[in-house]
Design a protein around this ligand. Structure first.
Ligand SMILES: [Zn+2]
Length: 428
């Protein structure tokens, strides 16, 4: 078996791993680096244009598949985050794509020509000699999965991204199936390492829900406009925001294309129920019209908007740059972290400075991470008991923290624990 580390092995973003057994290859994930798109002001809508593709490859925003060999049979997508699915229409491999229904819905929207096959958990799809299986796991998006490839040379398990949250309202960890797969035997385990340096366990999404509720109530006490921004695919978080607004009797307006599309896809799959009273506004002109119309009754509204990373073309940036009159009673709640890249950190600082200049109250990090901390990673190793571990998704420092943990669990570097960089290949 050969494993190709294509992308995501030296950074946060553009994930891709290729598994090759007896000449047949399966491509797992095909993501973009959103921070690089922002850095060069590349519009996601124009990404599929040929010259843009060249530009995206040059600036390192998409996985570089040079050197990958074998007959590619299929692509498998672990979940619907853009750093795992965003390049399907750019690195278009023209092979069948397999993903859970929610990830498939997102994939079809960003790349209508891609052949997505929505696949349920607990079902093994057989392609030649390789079986593809999705195992349910918790993350910060509905229907995230651990991908298992059943091959003649043993099972490959790909856990990229996940957390072990036993109190989530919309997902669960299928510990039973993970244990079974561990008993069957795991030849190679490829795992994310983003938060491996964090001790203990990542708090449950139910902890974030309490915090979000408390913060919205607190902001509402000021009697001004409340704006909340969060990840557009974080359906569980959005559910909490809707429910809190409903309890406070506030009118909800959702602003921004990605929020609206991802919510509608979730509603189509019955992952969320959206009240008819909630208003959706896609176009920025209509956003401005609405804001003008509520200038004298701001306290009645809760706005959910895109732009928590300070993205230039998002609703939050457009609002703060407009002539809308904010005052000291208004609040902006960031129900997100700042993605730890130079571009995101800088853009967010600028955005917050502008809100501050308008006297708007700012609430940061009303959020918990969707990524496993050290003890969750240890539990996963113990459940699967893999022969070989390859840390992925993360910078060298993040992978280093994972290596420390794996060494604590008895693994030995270059014997059964391997550090790979983008472009590396390993034969097992
Ligand atoms: Zn993710």
């Amino acid at each position: 078996m050969k494993i190709y580390a294509v992308g995501g092995y030296n950074e946060v973003g553009k994930n891709m791993t290729v598994v090759n057994v007896e000449g047949d290859s399966i491509v797992i994930d095909n993501g973009i680096r959103i921070d690089v798109l922002q850095m060069y002001d590349l519009e996601p809508e124009a990404m599929r244009v040929a010259e843009q593709k060249k530009r995206l490859a040059e600036v390192g925003a998409i996985p570089n598949m040079a050197g990958v060999e074998g007959n590619i049979l299929a692509q498998v997508i672990s979940h619907g985050h853009l750093d795992h699915i965003g390049a399907v229409g750019i690195n278009n491999l023209n092979v069948p794509l397999f993903a859970t229904p929610y990830a498939s819905a997102i994939g079809r929207r960003i790349s209508p020509e891609s052949k997505f096959n929505p696949t349920q958990y607990k079902k093994i799809v057989q392609i030649n000699n390789i079986g593809i299986e999705f195992v349910e796991v918790t993350h910060s998006i509905p229907q995230a999965s651990i991908v298992v490839l059943h091959t003649k040379e043993g099972n490959v398990v790909y856990a990229n991204d996940f957390k072990l949250d036993d109190a989530s309202n919309i997902a669960k960890v299928d510990y039973g199936r993970l244990k079974e797969i561990g008993k069957e035997g795991v030849k190679t385990f490829i795992t994310e390492s983003l938060n491996a340096h964090e001790k203990g366990k990542t708090p449950s999404e139910s902890v974030a829900a309490r915090n979000v509720e408390d913060t919205i109530k607190f902001a509402d006490d000021s009697g001004g406009l409340t704006i909340v921004s969060t990840f557009s695919t974080h359906i569980e978080r959005l559910k909490t925001i809707f429910e809190t607004a409903h309890r406070l009797n506030k009118k909800v307006v959702v602003m921004g294309k990605s929020l609206i599309s991802n919510l509608k896809s979730a509603e189509d799959l019955s992952l969320i129920k959206i009240s008819k009273d909630i208003k959706f506004i896609r176009k920025i002109n209509s956003v401005m019209d609405l804001l003008k119309s509520i200038e004298n009754k701001k306290e009645e509204y809760l706005i959910i908007a895109t732009g928590h990373q300070g993205e230039e073309h998002s609703v939050l940036s457009k609002i703060v740059n407009s002539d809308f009159k904010f005052d000291k009673n208004d609040s902006v709640i960031f129900s997100s972290n700042v993605i730890p890249t130079a571009t995101n950190i800088a853009n967010r600082e600028i955005l917050e400075a502008k809100f501050k200049a308008n006297k708007v109250k700012i609430f940061r990090d009303v959020h918990v991470s969707g990524h496993a901390s050290k003890e969750e990673h240890r539990r996963m190793i113990n459940l699967l008991n893999p022969e070989i571990i390859i840390p992925s998704h993360g910078t060298t420092k993040m992978k280093g923290a994972y290596m420390d943990l794996a060494c604590e669990e008895g693994y030995k570097i270059n014997k059964n624990l391997f550090i790979l960089n983008n472009g590396d290949k390993i034969e097992i």
